[in-house]
Design a protein around this ligand. Structure first.
Ligand SMILES: [Fe+2]
Length: 523
């Protein structure tokens, strides 16, 4: 039986949902398996793939070892078999490998599969003893010099578990995509009394075991599992993967740095253990509180995409409240004009700038955690800026956009998240200044579940920021980004707040950026 990719995705979504709803029934083992007989499905966290290259991919799972299984086998290393197939019927196996994992890495499994064909669909599954994982579908990137007709991705961010159901992922699982681009806030560390759809089952995480438990809750969501099983994912993080509004080494409670870095190390390690990411130099071992996440992707001759980290290396927030740290509106804040402040850190800034100047591909996509355009508003003592997004790092924004202008780099589109709003905007070195050149375009996706700004407040923001062509925070969802040699199209796919199982998705608005013209146009 040959299934088309889309049919397979539907099947997969059904099977992932069934997995969550029915008691787990273990698969038949082959006699060669001398491994454990599991009491509880060790693959209950699902499977994932990511970091698509023309010849390689990362495959991921993490065994969920329940207390009884742990008592029976202790902390012994566990062998996990991974199989890669060329067909959805799993008849043509192209690779098989055995990976050893253990409790020290939370029984996570990362497999870098290599020697693959470009622009090719693959299916994969994991096996341990009598237990079989669900089957995942993935796809490699095109060859570096290939003429690519279309790149399709789902842009997503901000999925507070308590704020709604992950229905956006249910629809994403059914889309025909090259990958899912997740730009941060995959888990939320904190709870919100306003959010009543469902509740986190553990207290706010601070230790590695606590972060593992939080990821385990999210990863058991059937809709999220379906989106992971259907497509490879490309991921960056934002703040909530550690704690709200942290900047580099500083959290909003001004926790002593060594104590905060211990928490950041736990959070970064848990992130690695739960995502199909390859983190260098040693993919098995994030270096304490440091982790290289920023990366570059190429899609044939069509697009270069930089995935950027604007949390780990950023300068401290400008003009913070001395008592309560974290993001806030600031006015008359001299630090905003300080050119030594950076959003990416100067090393990453230089790396990006060099890459942008060298790129020969048509489109240059900047995947980054937050909003680059301005949402500033006039106040009684001067204009007020949200110090946590790019408005809090205007000199860094100007450096990036001025370099794009000075070097005549064309067709740059920023793709962001974090602010729980759908945004289409102009990007200029001096925001909202008609005399400043229009050098790039921006699309920001609304959140999967997290609450956004109300229409009344947002109306004031829109009235005072003519560079915002579209800004709505009242609906939840994701954005479909479709890149062709002639245009980048964004469809904001939305449902009402809170996102619920009865949700229907519609297109809130669509915009295109045509090659050679950075002004997004509504269609
Ligand atoms: Fe968020």
């Amino acid at each position: 039986m040959h299934m088309k990719r889309r049919e397979f995705n539907r099947y997969l979504q059904h099977s992932a949902l069934s997995l969550a709803l029915l008691p787990w029934v273990h698969a038949v083992a082959t006699p060669a398996d001398r491994a454990r007989a599991w009491r509880v499905n060790p693959f209950a966290l699902g499977v994932a793939s990511g970091r698509p290259r023309p010849d390689s991919l990362v495959l991921w799972t993490r065994l969920l070892v329940d207390e009884q299984d742990r008592a029976a086998s202790g902390n012994d290393p566990v062998d996990v078999t991974v199989e890669l197939f060329a067909d959805s019927a799993l008849k043509q196996r192209v690779q098989m490998a055995k990976i050893t994992t253990d409790a020290s890495r939370g029984h996570s499994v990362h497999v870098l599969v290599q020697s693959l064909q470009p622009s090719t669909d693959y299916w994969y599954r994991f096996r341990q003893g009598e237990a079989l994982s669900t089957v995942g579908h993935t796809r490699t990137a095109p060859a570096l010099q290939a003429d690519v007709a279309t790149l399709r991705m789902a842009l997503t961010s901000c999925q507070h578990y308590e704020a709604g159901l992950f229905v956006a992922h249910q629809e994403i699982a059914q889309q025909d995509l090259d990958f899912v681009l997740f730009v941060g806030d995959y888990i939320y560390e904190s709870s919100n009394a306003q959010y009543t759809t469902r509740k986190h089952n553990t207290e706010e995480p601070k230790t590695l075991d606590q972060y593992r438990a939080r990821y385990a809750l999210y990863k058991q969501d059937a809709m999220l599992q379906a989106a992971h099983a259907a497509h490879p994912w490309v991921l960056i993080w934002d703040d909530h993967e550690v704690v709200n509004d942290y900047a580099n080494q500083i959290d909003m409670k001004n926790t002593p740095v060594p104590e905060f870095l211990a928490r950041r190390a736990a959070a970064y390690r848990a992130y690695f253990e739960h995502q199909p990411v390859l983190l260098g130099p040693d993919p098995k071992s994030p270096q304490g509180a440091s982790m290289r996440l920023h990366d570059q992707f190429a899609w044939g001759r069509l697009a270069d995409m930089w995935t950027l980290d604007n949390r780990q290396f950023r300068s401290p927030l400008a003009c913070p409240d001395p008592v309560r740290g974290g993001g806030r509106m600031v006015t008359q804040c001299d630090a905003l004009n300080d050119p030594t402040r950076s959003m990416f850190g100067f090393e990453q800034e230089r790396w990006l700038d060099k890459g942008l100047k060298a790129s020969k591909r048509t489109w240059k996509l900047l995947a980054q955690g937050t909003q680059m355009s301005s949402t500033s508003i006039p106040g009684p003592t001067g204009r007020a800026y949200w110090n946590e997004a790019w408005d809090g790092y205007p000199e860094a924004r100007k450096r990036l956009l001025q370099s794009i202008a000075d070097n005549q780099i064309k067709n740059v589109v920023s793709l962001g998240g974090d602010v729980h709003m759908n945004i289409a905007a102009y990007l200029r070195p001096a925001p909202n200044d008609p005399n400043s050149p229009l050098v790039a375009s921006e699309f920001v996706t609304t959140s999967v579940t997290s609450r956004g700004m109300g229409e009344k407040a947002l109306g004031i923001v829109r009235d005072n920021n003519p560079d915002l062509l579209h800004a709505r925070g009242d609906e939840r969802g994701y954005s479909l980004i479709s890149v062709t040699p002639s245009q980048v199209r964004c469809d904001f796919r939305t449902t009402a707040m809170p996102a619920g199982s009865e949700a229907g998705f519609k297109t809130q608005a669509s915009f295109v950026v045509e090659k050679g013209n950075p002004a997004p146009k509504p269609i």
